[in-house]
Design a protein around this ligand. Structure first.
Ligand code: GDD
Ligand code: MG
Length: 355
């Protein structure tokens, strides 16, 4: 089976981490996030994938090459201008090898999902559908495509990101398309599958099937979700073939963690990073070469490559960009972001919940 992976988005909500690295290539559980998606797809029988890239396209091929390390064949197509989700799918059609009536899997490149992909393909074939959408239930559907279904599982509407969603059942960003439907998407201009293709198929009476599976599911588009995904993979909350050993933390052999420090909650301390005496690191990502000073508390945060956090800092639910330097005694909380290479003087910031 073959798949198209949409990886052309800019990942704006994850800046500054995505200034240099596209979202699907940010490290989760020590490897680029996309590795987990590809490895799970491979386990479900996908042997060939075409990456629809746009933003920072070269980074993907440099890392994954022809896909041999994943035991699959990878191909890359780059859009000169972002073509949207549907335009991106259509743009790779000439690289697909499936026959017109065969299923092609399409994945949003920022989803961590434990759903049964092989069962979704089987449901698609049983329904002889044009498209079959993985659907999940969420508490607040406003940031998603809201997708109600009828008693027979057929999709009855598709309403993208509405302030008044019609259902808390939402598009999970994993589709099975019948190949000929991909060929029918218009060329030469941006197209959104969510705003154009799916509503048009419904209006034309095509069979658009829902595949509801409420297994583990997370869109990693925000910093909070990204660190959670990494921690969940490290701890084995969601199994990934790309995480060989699960545990309370992943500490690279070349990292140095003081014996009096604690690293827990699915944290990663990557290559050549250091964590000094008495520091507590929970559910966080400490990227290669970064250093966490004595007595620091790092919670649900990302410390970028070669960033330096000096002694006694608190970094909670925040992002410290690559090469930034946080002077001693600072407190960063609640979504604080420090841009790469920025230096923060000692005790300059003190965010706390009661200020
Ligand atoms: N090639 C290419 N070209 N890919 C793109 C483009 C583009 O122009 N624009 C976005 N993508 C990719 C992104 O990289 C991402 O993997 C995927 O398409 C979805 O884009 P997001 O920007 O992450 O969309 P979203 O999260 O706001 O909403 C989408 O996902 C939700 C589930 O997480 C929609 O599909 C919603 O309907 C859905 O509920
Ligand atoms: Mg997304």
């Amino acid at each position: 089976m073959e798949a198209v992976v949409l990886v052309g988005g800019q990942g704006t909500r994850l800046r500054p981490l995505t200034l240099s690295t596209p979202k699907p290539m940010l490290p989760a559980a020590g490897v680029p996030f996309l590795t987990h998606q590809l490895a799970r797809a491979r386990a479900a029988g996908v042997t060939r994938a075409v990456l629809a890239t746009s933003y920072r396209a070269e980074v993907f091929e440099e890392h994954f090459g022809d896909g041999a390390s994943l035991a699959m064949h990878l191909d890359y197509v780059t859009e000169r201008e972002p073509m949207g989700t549907g335009g991106g799918i259509r743009n790779v059609a000439d690289r697909l090898t499936s026959a017109p009536d065969e299923p092609v899997i399409v994945l949003n490149g920022d989803i961590l999902s434990g759903h049964d992909l092989a069962a979704q393909v089987a449901a698609h074939q049983a329904a002889q559908a044009a498209v079959t959408l993985h659907l999940v239930h969420v508490a607040d559907p406003r940031a998603f495509g809201s997708v109600p279904t009828g008693a027979d599982g057929r999709v009855t509407a598709f309403v993208e990101k509405s302030p008044e969603p019609v259902s808390n059942q939402v598009n999970a960003g994993c589709y099975v398309f019948t190949r000929s439907v991909i060929d029918g998407i218009p060329t030469g201009r941006p197209v959104s599958v969510e705003r154009e293709t799916f509503p048009q198929l419904l209006a034309a009476g095509a069979v658009v099937q829902g595949f509801v599976d409420d297994a583990y599911w997370l869109d990693v588009g925000t910093p909070q979700a990204f660190v959670r995904a990494s921690a969940d993979l490290v701890r084995g909350v969601l199994a990934s073939p790309a995480v060989p050993r699960i545990g309370a933390a992943l500490i690279r052999r070349s990292a140095r963690v003081d014996a009096s420090a604690s690293v827990t909650g699915g944290s990663v301390v990557d290559a050549d990073a250091t964590v000094a005496a008495g520091a507590r690191v929970t559910s966080s990502i400490v990227m290669p070469g970064a250093s966490v000073g004595a007595g620091c508390v790092i919670e649900s945060s990302v410390v970028g490559r070669d960033a330096v956090i000096e002694a006694g800092c608190v970094v909670a639910d925040s992002i410290v960009g690559d090469g930034a330097r946080i002077g001693a005694g600072n407190e960063l909380r609640a979504g604080a972001r420090v841009w790469p290479e920025v230096t923060l003087p000692d005790r300059a910031l003190r965010f706390s919940s009661d200020v």
